[in-house]
Design a protein around this ligand. Structure first.
Ligand SMILES: [Zn+2]
Ligand SMILES: [Zn+2]
Length: 144
């Protein structure tokens, strides 16, 4: 995953008409550059290092702005939502034991072909999609 600079991210936000504040930019930078699909609490912990007075409510409201702008996707889970900044069609490999989520780096052309087939059929209008595969990650599968 390419790490985006503060400049890249502020441009992305401005392009989407999002008003920039230092807190917003820091939250966006953390979530966009995190490949581990963090929770709002994870993001809170990472940003608080730089903004100790930040509240969890600000994290949630900023995430919602970023989600509306299409910069991150919220992945609701029973326990807690995770946030995905990978905008490409991809599979999430979800470990049911340690709850890690890793993007699978193959299959995107296959997924886009399936999507195109559905769209071309005219029988279903796709709004969004989410592809999760559940199982055990490499570390967890080695443990008993
Ligand atoms: Zn695991
Ligand atoms: Zn993902």
């Amino acid at each position: 995953m390419d790490v985006l600079t503060t400049l890249d991210i502020s441009k992305k936000l401005r392009d989407q008409g999002i008003r920039l504040t230092p807190q917003r930019l820091a939250i966006a930078e953390v979530v966009i550059n995190s490949a581990d699909h963090p929770t709002a609490r994870d993001i809170y912990a990472r940003v608080r290092e730089f903004f100790p007075y930040l509240t969890l409510a600000t994290i949630y409201s900023t995430l919602s702005i970023l989600e509306t702008a299409g910069l991150v996707a919220q992945l609701p889970f029973q326990k807690e939502s995770r946030y995905d900044s990978n905008n490409t069609l991809h599979l999430n490999l979800v470990c049911t034991k340690c709850e890690s989520i890793v993007d699978c780096d193959s299959g995107s052309s296959y997924l886009s072909r399936i999507k195109k087939k559905i769209q071309d059929s005219g029988l279903f209008q796709i709004k969004y999609q989410r592809f999760d595969i559940y199982g055990l990650c490499e570390t967890c599968s080695k443990q008993f």
